[in-house]
Design a protein. Structure first.
Ligand SMILES: [Zn+2]
Lengths: 198, 233
């Protein structure tokens, strides 16, 4: 078995992918080199191009190769409603699953004080500028239902209040089709705390 | 606790971070074993029933077993949650970091555990948040063995109102006309009275100096983040 050389380096590089350990990285490397060199070449070109050219949208910080992403550049989207999410993947999920037609802001993380992640790391200056600009009427806080996601929502909600912007939080709790006895107590407690007029 | 299993130990999660594909690494504050690092396997899978439980600011009972260096979580029971909000929540992270730094691994600190519960209870009330933090800092410093008496000088002299005092590392409270804290504030702290105005500010400066002395240059990440958060509010 080789312990150095290009093949080994390729296998090690593939291990940077989520869910890929040494075994599957080895399988991928052999597959590309033995059976699909064209695919491998295409993949390497695409990877290099994407990593070089994809940056952050000037307004919402989502991933895009243009200065303004598709959503921000679309004049038909409602600029008065801003949905704040933790990751670009959340933008895709919400856009596919809901009828939301407003705009987004991507934090690329959440407040995590013990890891030293605060407002600066989450593009807060830009978010505050957008709030101050006066166009936004409602901010939808769609951060995760972890404690850190909650803290992030509280924080953004407080700042929004300063600018007289209405802040709403997506509901968390009992999943659709969920029967109470099968729900974990943490989720149930959370659902109880977040109960609303009915 | 080598090689043994621990059953349903009262505990709070201090910090959690993703580990590998589906697991989570936890720093947990237990009542009888101090801070314990453990792995919770498979909790990031979609159907995990305990993912919603293993979060900071929830009173839990945890069972865990030894496997090599790292403990492995084997059971979780939910006891109670402290749904902190806004400033109280941001400050809760700071309290967690203090515990993480000042309580050693596998060092039983049931007294600090009670103080921690009391502090979360105070934060939950949402009033006198700063006071809750100051008294937790004092509890922590005293219980962690950095004996700091508030009712007398290091040399045994009683604290006098109208006199200023300073804190010297490795020594304690000393009279000092340029000192950062007044005798009145020290008396309030000794009696665990209500901290307001100048007393609140002086207590903050005093404990910060004490904590920093023990941190020896190690930064408190949550304190820096908290300062930035407050600037926006
Ligand atoms: Zn955009």
């Amino acid at each position: 078995m080789q312990n150095q050389g290009l093949l080994k380096e390729l296998i090690q590089s593939l291990c940077c992918l989520p869910g890929v350990g040494p075994k599957s990285a080895q399988r991928m490397a052999f597959h590309l080199l033995q059976r699909n060199r064209d695919g491998g070449m295409q993949l390497s070109k695409m990877l290099a191009k994407a990593v070089n050219e994809i940056g952050h949208c000037r307004e919402c910080r989502t991933l895009t190769e243009t200065e303004l992403c598709e959503v921000c550049a679309n004049p038909l989207r409602d600029s008065e409603t801003l949905c704040v999410v933790e990751s670009p993947a959340d933008v895709w999920v919400i856009d596919q699953a809901t009828t939301f037609k407003g705009k987004y802001f991507v934090l690329h993380g959440r407040l995590s004080p013990l890891d030293g992640i605060g407002p600066d790391q989450l593009g807060f200056e830009l978010l505050e500028q957008r709030m101050a600009a006066g166009q936004i009427k409602e901010i939808i806080l769609a951060t995760n239902s972890t404690v850190e996601g909650q803290a992030t929502a509280h924080f953004i909600g407080e700042v929004a209040g300063k600018f007289n912007i209405r802040a709403t939080r997506i509901a968390h709790g009992v999943p659709m089709g969920g029967e109470l006895e099968f729900i974990d107590s943490g989720t149930l407690a959370h659902a109880f705390n977040g109960r609303r007029e009915f | 606790m080598n090689g043994s299993a621990v059953y349903l130990q009262p505990a709070f999660v201090l910090q959690h971070r993703p580990y590998r594909e589906t697991s989570v690494l936890l720093d947990v504050f237990t009542r009888d074993f101090g801070v314990v690092s453990m792995i919770a396997k498979g909790v990031r899978k979609e159907k995990s029933k305990i993912a919603g439980l293993l979060l900071p600011f929830s009173a839990l009972r945890l069972s865990f077993v030894d496997k090599t260096e790292l403990k492995v979580l084997s059971q979780v029971e939910y006891v109670d949650s402290y749904p902190l909000e806004r400033l109280a929540l941001y400050c809760g992270f700071y309290v967690n970091e203090l515990v993480q730094i000042f309580v050693h691994k596998y060092d039983p600190q049931p007294e600090i555990f009670s103080c921690y519960e009391r502090c979360l209870g105070d934060l939950l009330l949402g009033e006198r948040i700063e006071q809750a933090l100051r008294y937790f800092e004092l509890d922590l410093l005293q219980e962690a063995g950095y004996a700091v008496a508030m009712d007398s000088e290091a040399n045994g002299n009683p604290i006098m109102t109208g006199q200023r005092y300073n804190f010297l590392a490795d020594f304690g409270i000393v009279a000092d006309n340029e000192g950062l804290v007044g005798g009145e504030t020290l008396s309030i702290l000794a009696a665990r009275g209500a901290l307001e105005g100048r007393a609140l500010l002086e207590a903050k400066l005093l404990f910060r100096k004490m904590l920093d002395g023990h941190l020896q240059g190690r930064p408190l990440k949550s304190r820096d983040v908290l300062a930035k958060i407050i600037k926006y509010l």
